[in-house]
Design a protein around this ligand. Structure first.
Ligand SMILES: [Zn+2]
Length: 507
């Protein structure tokens, strides 16, 4: 199982083909910014920080950029389907946002259905927390700290500034990636999958967001000390590492380091008025909200065992090339070559048959079909239609192979491509993978279920180990300690609420 949502490569860094394609994800956002440079470019004073910045966007534009990106995030990551949890996050977020210098933005707070430990903000006030970070939070004030920090990125307009800078450097290069529209779409999917949708902020931006977060959360009545314990959690999760502990994007935990951030937060709190010390923690009400939440990867949405992908609801399996980075998203499952210069992506077509989908694909403008003559062939007994293609882009010609398969009332599109110069290196692996598409019949895989968090109130003092004997969880003791914010040899008190994980681990 591998869910590579975040890697640490920069948005515009690297010279690989795919990294160039990837920058396409920010383009729809950035184009808006650029077209208005002349019209409204100028200096503006930021309300939250009092600093003056080059500002290419009006507030209305900032909001519209955020709204557009918000749709992409919701579609590709998916929102966690629990109305009451979503409402809880929205209410808490709105309460904090109301204390800021920009209370009138269309503040939107959402839980995305992702086991990775993360939170992020888009311009205009669109803020997301993953269910992975909720799993590791201990109380409402910690959550308020996370939301306050992300709100800080918005009020200080960090992402607006980052986009302006990135666009300027792109303009300098005179590059704008224009692919065949249909290919462009998959590049966008890959970009979102690799976490590049989310801008990385500078160390200074992070410190500023911490400072604003402390200010906002304490104004909203939460105990600001709890932002510090969020840093401890990030530190511990990144030390324990991947697996079911949940991963932390590397840059989130190291940039700046949680230890430095804790020091900074302590200074900020002591600088606050003494009468604002304290504040609410609200542990029990928070834990009630996450009681029953899905834990870890939800295998019903498809999962990997090494490089084989299993989709129990859609009942198919697929072998991606060995060593490729695999990514499972709501609307696609894909893999990227180790050098990030080739991609293989499976999506559903909205056409009625494989033939119809193939005909449309291979006849689209800007694309040259090769070895495609229409008609059906069989892949593992399933009717399919395939062909090779080339397509020109500003960075040179891309070459690839596409197959459309009729299965179970759906039409699957399997598409692999790279630059024409590298096609010979990848052709065999891509075509071989595409031919591995098959029915999933293994009943164990078909019946797999997610694990859930359950909150247990203990009736007497006990050690974590004893708790784990009485209320077993199918996760390691180390991870159990981590999600409960206790040490391995820690003691639990009578009446304390403790997280346990119910259900079998599917791996
Ligand atoms: Zn941040």
């Amino acid at each position: 199982m591998k869910s590579t949502f975040f890697n640490s490569s920069p948005v515009s860094g690297g010279k690989s083909f795919l990294s160039q394609i990837r920058s396409a994800i920010v383009q729809p956002l950035v184009i808006i910014a650029v077209s208005t440079i002349v019209a409204i470019g100028g200096c503006a004073t930021n309300l939250a920080t009092g600093e003056r910045h080059l500002n290419f966007t009006s507030e209305a534009q900032e909001i519209s950029i955020g709204q557009q990106a918000d749709q992409e995030v919701s579609a590709s990551l998916g929102l966690y389907p629990d109305e009451s949890l979503q409402q809880y996050i929205q209410q808490l977020g709105a309460k904090i946002a109301a204390t800021t210098e920009r209370p009138n933005l269309p503040w939107t707070f959402r839980v995305v259905d992702d086991p990775v430990v993360n939170a992020f903000a888009l311009p205009g006030g669109f803020i997301y927390v993953t269910r992975g970070i909720l799993t590791h939070l201990d109380n409402e004030a910690e959550l308020a700290g996370v939301l306050g920090h992300e709100i800080g990125h918005v009020t200080a307009q960090h992402s607006v500034h980052r986009m302006a800078t990135q666009q300027l450097s792109q303009l300098g290069l005179g590059v704008g990636m224009i692919l065949v529209p249909q290919l462009q779409r998959y590049a966008d999917i890959a970009s979102a999958g690799l976490g590049l949708l989310f801008l990385k902020f500078s160390r200074d931006d992070e410190s500023q967001a911490d400072a604003l977060g402390v200010r906002y959360m304490s104004k909203a009545g939460s105990d600001p000390q709890q932002l510090s314990s969020v840093m401890t959690m990030l530190e511990r999760v990144s030390q324990v590492g991947g697996g079911d502990a949940g991963r932390v994007p590397e840059w989130l935990a190291t940039h700046p380091t949680p230890a430095n951030r804790k020091e900074h937060i302590a200074e900020l709190i002591s600088a606050l008025n003494s009468n604002t010390s304290g504040g609410t923690v609200n542990r029990e009400s928070f834990l009630r909200q996450i009681d029953g939440m899905v834990y870890g990867v939800n295998p019903r949405e498809g999962f990997f065992k090494s490089n084989t992908f299993y989709q129990p609801d859609m009942k198919f399996r697929f072998d991606f090339p060995v060593g490729w980075k695999t990514i499972n998203q709501k609307q696609s499952v894909l893999a990227v070559s180790p050098e990030e210069d080739a991609i293989l992506v499976i999506t559903l077509s909205n056409k009625k048959s494989a033939n119809e989908a193939a005909n449309e694909f291979f006849t689209q403008q800007g694309l040259t079909a090769q070895r495609y003559s229409g008609g059906s062939a069989s892949i593992n007994g399933l009717s399919s239609s395939s062909g090779g293609f080339t397509a020109p882009t500003e960075q040179g010609v891309v070459q690839g192979f596409a197959t459309f398969i009729d299965y179970n009332g759906n039409v699957y599109q399997l598409l692999g491509y790279t630059s024409q110069t590298r096609w010979s290196k990848y052709e065999q692996g891509i075509v071989q993978s595409i031919r591995s598409f098959n029915r999933l019949t293994d009943s164990r895989m078909l019946s797999v279920q997610p694990q859930h968090i359950k909150i247990v109130t203990i009736d007497r003092n006990m050690s974590l180990e004893e708790f784990n004997r009485r209320y077993p969880s199918d996760i390691s003791l180390e991870v159990l300690a981590l999600i409960n914010k206790v040490e391995l040899n820690g003691q639990l008190q009578k009446g304390q609420k403790v997280k346990r994980i119910v259900g079998e681990k599917f791996e």
